[in-house]
Design a protein around this ligand. Structure first.
Ligand code: GMT
Length: 378
């Protein structure tokens, strides 16, 4: 099939998932057209089946806000018509679902063709941004106008029905991970630089927004550090980073915490990890945690949102209520003191990740697409 994929090209989970999906579909022989304002960060391969169309937003002195959604819809129309796309798959409702609706109407008027639009809801498009009155009517309308709607977890599906008058079926297709890529042997030299004396390594990766509760990450690590030598890697960047760095200096643990910034080679970093910390206020799914599990890292997280759909208490990791830093610290300390338990749980985390392997989820998307083949289900 010829599939258009629209996503945020940045380090966020929705863009990562959409890019990995497109790459896998191209490997399966589909022609995949990415339509984004920048080359997606994970689109780092050459594949003759992958095309990238940049959305350019011309500016004009009159505009305080350049009309991105208009440029996006126009680019979608151009790609649908000139590359004869079979369907559009948009990731993250705002503004992708409404731009797709606009493109669909234009294509219908020009060619009398009904281009199917599939919208995948990822999380904050529903739970944070989408709920805002400023966006809600357009979000509700464009989700309802989609030909198919998917959510990345059961929890997100329920949250969507709770907050939006959606009258269509939302299908749950869980996020996935390429286990083969993340199940890597640690690079010895890297481990030695990070933890020269064999210290245990904890990792957090996110976009450092308030919802991630990075302050909790530092507090958990400070509690661990009081009990044993350990190192913390903070991967990513965002608004909460400066304050968090300051906090490590105030607590006197700055020599044991490295802020690595945005990183593409997550598999190499996660390979040295013992525990992955994700104490978020909310996660629709927690793709970062799933990638860590595929790298054999035990996840200590909050129990918010869809995290319990991947993390199993006492088996693949531990969960506690949002903000219960004491419980998360206790779990981490106990586990790091028990090497045998740590190894058992790492293996269980890996086995759990295998259930969400890319090989299991891509056929589900293909089956969904096949409902929209032009000649009827194929
Ligand atoms: O929260 C982020 O880091 C970014 C955000 C996004 O939209 O890119 O992530 C959301 O989508 C991911 C992929 O489906 C999920 O794994 C994350 O849990 C979800 N984030 C939230 O719900 C806060």
């Amino acid at each position: 099939m010829r599939i258009g994929i629209v996503c945020y090209p940045t380090f966020g989970g929705s863009g990562v998932l959409a890019t990995e999906l497109g790459k896998a579909l191209a490997d399966e022989g589909h022609q995949v057209h990415f339509i984004t304002y920048q080359q997606p960060v994970r689109l780092n391969v050459f594949n003759a089946n992958i095309f990238y169309h940049e959305v350019r937003v011309p500016t004009y002195p009159l505009f305080d806000y350049p009309p991105y959604e208009v440029a996006l819809a126009s680019t979608m129309v151009d790609v649908i018509m000139n590359h004869d796309l079979d369907l559009l798959h948009v990731h993250y409702a705002i503004p992708h679902a409404s731009a797709a609706y606009m493109a669909k109407q234009i294509v219908k008027q020009k060619t009398n063709r009904n281009i199917p639009v599939i919208t995948t809801l990822h999380g904050t498009d529903i739970t944070l941004v989408g709920k805002d009155k400023t966006y809600e009517p357009v979000v509700t309308f464009s989700i309802n106008e989609s030909d198919a709607i998917t959510a990345v977890s059961q929890n997100l599906k329920e949250e969507t029905y709770k907050f939006f008058p959606i009258h269509k079926e939302i299908e749950v297709i869980h996020n996935f991970v390429d286990v083969g890529r993340f199940n890597k042997k640690p690079i010895d030299a890297f481990r030695k630089v990070i933890a020269p004396n064999g210290e245990k390594i904890l990792i957090h990766a996110s976009n450092f927004r308030k919802v991630k509760r990075v302050v909790d990450v530092i507090e958990i690590f400070a509690a661990v550090r009081k009990e044993m030598p350990a190192k913390l890697l903070m991967v990513g960047d965002g608004p909460e980073r400066p304050g968090t760095e300051e906090m490590t200096r105030e607590l006197g643990i700055e020599d044991d915490v490295r802020f690595l910034g945005k990183q593409e080679q997550m598999e190499d970093i996660l390979a040295v990890s013992d525990i992955f910390l994700l104490p978020s206020e909310y996660e629709s799914f927690g793709l970062a945690a799933l990638e860590a599990m595929a790298a054999r890292s035990v996840v200590i997280s909050s129990n918010a949102g869809g995290l319990s759909e991947i993390n199993t208490q006492g088996e693949t990791g531990y969960m506690a209520n949002v903000g219960d830093v004491a419980a998360m610290s206790r779990y981490a300390i106990e586990l790091l003191k028990d090497d045998q338990k740590l190894e058992t749980m790492k293996e269980a985390a890996y086995q759990q990740a295998c259930r969400f392997d890319i090989k299991n989820i891509i056929p589900v998307y293909e089956k969904l697409y096949s409902r929209f083949c032009r000649m009827g289900p194929c």
